[in-house]
Design a protein around this ligand. Structure first.
Ligand SMILES: [Zn+2]
Length: 94
């Protein structure tokens, strides 16, 4: 099993990407042993203006800052996870 991840560039948190794009990396299951506790779940959010339901960051209540994969440049959790992926799994992004 593999996992797609995304980063919220606003709060630096990393989430399981429930709607991955063509650019999404398939991360191996093994990353959960080291990073699992640092990865959160996106939530369904209702748009206050038109009532549409969208998937977004539970901290920031928006999907506007989400980007594919783990963006270590975002700092915080994302930086920690990016370092583990690089050091233990050799996964270097971009
Ligand atoms: Zn956020």
């Amino acid at each position: 099993m593999t996992h797609n991840l995304c980063t919220c560039n606003n709060c630096s948190k990393v989430y399981f990407d429930s709607n991955p794009s063509d650019e999404s990396i398939e991360y191996p299951d093994e990353i959960l042993t080291d990073c699992g506790g640092l990865i959160g779940e996106l939530i369904q959010i209702e748009d206050e203006e038109d009532g549409d339901i969208f998937t977004g960051c539970p901290e920031c209540k928006t999907d506007g800052c989400l980007m594919d994969n783990v963006n270590g440049n975002a700092g915080g959790n994302a930086e920690i996870i990016a370092k583990i992926l690089k050091d233990k799994f050799g996964i270097i992004e971009n």
